[in-house]
Design a protein around this ligand. Structure first.
Ligand code: ABN
Length: 166
């Protein structure tokens, strides 16, 4: 009885499905999957999410900030090169060498803390390319350089392009 049922089912399946049909369906599935990446997606919009703007001085990814450690003054009432009102520029700076993606050249960049007000608390940026511990002070950024001034409270950091490095 059970065997007869199984046999009937197997015969019915054999009549309704062919190997060729099965292969055709499998082929369709493979082609459909391969064509998925070709579908029209808004790649420009997608890229702004994955590649933030490297030419915006209010963003940590700005090329000039490669050795930055601190709050960006451009977010704190100043600019990338000027301390905000009410702060004083530190007497000591550190330097880094950053590659400008627009012209493909390396530039020596100096970083200087702005002092005399409490921390701006915005746009913290810790990039550290080429940064070294305190035994090499000119490239050491993880220190409050306002200590060199009478006024030791740290507010934010600016950066200046010193010149081409190559
Ligand atoms: N040179 C930027 C900085 C300031 C205070 C503390 C750490 C780093």
């Amino acid at each position: 009885m059970f065997d007869a049922r199984i046999e009937t089912l197997a015969r019915r399946m054999a009549l309704t499905t062919s190997r060729r049909g099965m292969l055709a369906r499998l082929g369709g599935l493979l082609v459909g999957t391969a064509a998925l990446p070709l579908l029209p997606i808004d790649r420009a919009r997608a890229s702004t999410h994955t590649n933030p703007d490297q030419s915006d001085p209010t963003q940590c990814v700005y090329w000039k900030y490669c050795s930055m450690d601190g709050m960006l003054c451009s977010c704190c009432g100043g600019t990338s090169t000027d301390c905000p009102p009410g702060t004083q520029i530190s007497k000591v700076s550190w330097v880094g060498t950053c590659r400008n993606g627009h012209d493909g050249r390396n530039y020596l960049v100096s970083y200087t803390d702005c002092c005399g007000r409490s921390s701006c608390g915005q746009c913290n940026c810790n990039a550290n390319v080429g940064e070294r511990p305190g035994y090499d002070m000119s490239v050491h950024n993880d220190i409050n350089w306002c200590a060199a001034n009478g006024e030791t409270s740290y507010h934010c950091t600016i950066s200046l392009i010193v010149g081409a490095a190559d």
